[in-house]
Design a protein around this ligand. Structure first.
Ligand SMILES: Nc1ncnc2c1ncn2[C@@H]1O[C@H](COP(=O)(O)OP(=O)(O)OP(=O)(O)O)[C@@H](O)[C@H]1O
Ligand SMILES: CC(C)(COP(=O)(O)O)[C@@H](O)C(=O)O
Ligand code: BAL
Length: 253
C-alpha cells in the first residue's frame, strides 16, 4: 500500500482507494470492486463527502430495524471487507447481527479470505462458506446459508445489486442498503436506503446502535413504522441539488 500522508486534502478517499486496491492484490476484493469504488467516490462528491440529514435519519431507522430483528444478518462483499472490516464486526456486535459473506464474483478463495479478514477483526462466526439454500437468482449471490440470509428477517446489504435486493424484499425481508447512488436499483428497491459512504454509515450506525439500545422498544418501533424510503430518497436527491447550487454560487464568487 502507498503511504498516504495524513495532511493530504483527500486523505480519507485516497486511503479508501488503497484499501480496495490492497484487497484486490491479496485476492479478497474483486477487480470490479475498483470500478465500484470509483463510482461511489464520484457520488460522494455530490453530497459534499459528509453524512447528510436524510442519511443520518435512514441510519437511525436501519439500526432500530436491526435491534428489533429476530434474525438480523449483515451481508459482506469484497469491497466492504476491504474498506471497513472492523466497523462491520462492531456493528454486528452492537446489534447482535450475524455476518454472512455473499459475493457476486464468487470464488471459494475469496469467501475464505473475507472470512479470515472478518475474524482477524474480531468476528467469532462468519457464515457463507457452506451455502445450503438458494435465492431465485441466476448469479452467485443466490448462494446463501439457511440460518443466515435465507431465514433473516432484516438484512443489511452494503454496495449491493438491485436484483438480489428486490428478491430479498419479495421474500418479505426488511432490506437495508448502503449505496451512494440514490438512483441505483438497490436504493430504489430497499426498505431502508442509506445514501452515504459505507465507512461513514457504519460509524454512524455503531454510534446510533449504542444510543438506541438504551431506548424502549416502542421508540425503535416508531422509528421504523414512520420511516418512508421514497420520501428519504427524494430528500437525498434534493440535498444533492441544494449542495450543487451552493457550490455553483461558491464558484461564481
Ligand atoms: N464506499 C462506498 N460507499 C457507498 N456506496 C458505494 C461505495 N462504493 C461504491 N458504492 C456504490 O455502490 C453501488 C455498488 O455498485 P453495483 O455495481 O453493485 O451497483 P449497481 O451497478 O448500481 O447496481 P444496481 O443499480 O442494481 O444497484 C454503486 O451504486 C456505487 O456507486
Ligand atoms: C464489485 C461489487 C460491488 C462486489 O462484488 P463481490 O465482492 O464479488 O460481491 C459487485 O457487486 C459489482 O458491482 O461488480
Ligand atoms: N453488482 C453487479 C451486478 C449488479 O450491479 O446488479
Amino acid at each position: 500500500m502507498t503511504e498516504i500522508p495524513k495532511d493530504h486534502p483527500r486523505y480519507e478517499s485516497l486511503l479508501a482507494r488503497e484499501k480496495v486496491a490492497a484487497g484486490v492484490k491479496m485476492g479478497m476484493t474483486s477487480i470490479q470492486g475498483l470500478i465500484s469504488q470509483g463510482r461511489g467516490e464520484s457520488f460522494d462528491y455530490l453530497i459534499g463527502e459528509r453524512s447528510t440529514k436524510s442519511a443520518l435519519y435512514a441510519e437511525r431507522a436501519a439500526v432500530a430495524a436491526l435491534l428489533l430483528a429476530k434474525n438480523p444478518v449483515i451481508s459482506v462483499n469484497g469491497n466492504a471487507a476491504a474498506l471497513a472490516p472492523d466497523k462491520i464486526v462492531s456493528l454486528a456486535d452492537v446489534t447482535g447481527a450475524k455476518l454472512e459473506v455473499n459475493l457476486f464474483h464468487r470464488t471459494e478463495t475469496r469467501v475464505h479470505l473475507i472470512i479470515e479478514q472478518l475474524k482477524a477483526n474480531g468476528a467469532s462466526e462468519v457464515l457463507g462458506k457452506n451455502p445450503d439454500a438458494s435465492l431465485e437468482l441466476s448469479h452467485a449471490r443466490r448462494l446463501v446459508e439457511s440460518r443466515g440470509i435465507y431465514s433473516a428477517d432484516v438484512v443489511l446489504v452494503p454496495l449491493e445489486d438491485g436484483d438480489r435486493c428486490e428478491k430479498l424484499v419479495e421474500m418479505g425481508k426488511t432490506v437495508i442498503a448502503i449505496d451512494l447512488n440514490p438512483l441505483s436499483r438497490t436504493s430504489k428497491m430497499s426498505t431502508i436506503s442509506i445514501v452515504d459512504n459505507l465507512t461513514r454509515a457504519l460509524e454512524n450506525m455503531i454510534k446510533f446502535g449504542v444510543e438506541l439500545k438504551k431506548e424502549r422498544n416502542e421508540e425503535l418501533v416508531k422509528l421504523i413504522t414512520t420511516y418512508d424510503n421514497k420520501k428519504t430518497l427524494i430528500e437525498a436527491i434534493s440535498e444533492i441539488q441544494e449542495y450543487l447550487k451552493a457550490m455553483a454560487v461558491e464558484l461564481e464568487q
